[in-house]
Ligand binder design. Structure first.
Ligand code: DX5
Ligand code: ZN
Length: 220
């Protein structure tokens, strides 16, 4: 089974003490922290923004993967980088020009990724694959944690995996939404390299238990 990275989605964390959560995440075996920014327009929900991202960045040395679910990501790239992002993913369906947005992220010296919603075919993202570090395939409708994994998204992951492998591109495939010990193995065997995991990890008594359960599920 291929290696995969676990990206813990802060959206499901206990917000009363993010410093404590960040410290627990550091020793739990997760590979990075996934931070969902929502504007209430691009998705029907609001989450958190720069002050919280800065606070998390100050609390941990973990790599910060920031998923922008906002209408005009280009407008906020430099502030997202300033707040501590190491990777910024933005939606192909947003109103920003994808080429300009990727360029702005790259200019800021951080990694760039592009995201597609469940309704977008993977072919739509192909013109950008060679320009980014990560392609994120949403496996739920963006906006909320705790939803069920959409099995039919696996075909998109497989299509992208084939495209990337045939060209030997160094691009990683990330999946986000509904990942748990029942769905992780299917996502990895379809070709995902990075699993975003929210409610499954934070519903465990210890986050490290969830990390181990995912590893066991994928290696079975
Ligand atoms: C959903 C977010 C996800 C969310 C995943 O819009 O992008 O990152 O936190 O949560 P779970 O793992 O609970 O589906
Ligand atoms: Zn996300």
């Amino acid at each position: 089974m291929r290696k995969f990275y676990t990206c813990a989605s802060v959206l499901s964390a206990d917000m009363r003490n993010l410093e404590r959560v960040s410290k627990e995440l550091e020793t739990s075996g997760v590979d990075m922290l996934h931070f969902d920014v929502m504007d209430g327009v691009f998705v029907p929900n609001l989450s958190f923004g720069f002050p919280v991202l800065e606070a998390v960045d100050k609390s941990t040395d973990l790599f910060l993967d920031v998923h922008l679910m906002i209408t005009d990501p280009l407008k906020y790239i430099s502030r997202t980088i300033k707040a501590g992002a190491d990777l910024i993913t933005f939606h192909l369906e947003s109103s920003s020009d994808p080429y300009e947005t990727i360029e702005a992220i790259r200019k800021g010296g951080v990694k760039a990724g592009i995201v597609i919603k469940p309704c977008t075919p993977y072919e739509a993202v192909l013109p950008f694959v060679e320009l980014v570090d990560v392609v994120l395939v949403m496996t739920v409708e963006p906006g909320f944690g705790g939803q069920s994994f959409m099995e039919d998204m696996l075909e998109k992951v497989k299509g992208l995996r084939k495209y990337i492998d045939e060209r030997e591109l160094p691009v990683k495939i990330q999946v986000d939404g509904g990942i748990n010990d029942k769905t992780a193995a299917a996502a990895v065997s379809a070709g995902a390299d990075m699993l975003v995991v929210g409610s499954f990890l934070f519903n465990q008594k210890e986050i490290s238990n969830g990390v181990t359960a995912l590893r066991n599920a994928v290696s079975e």
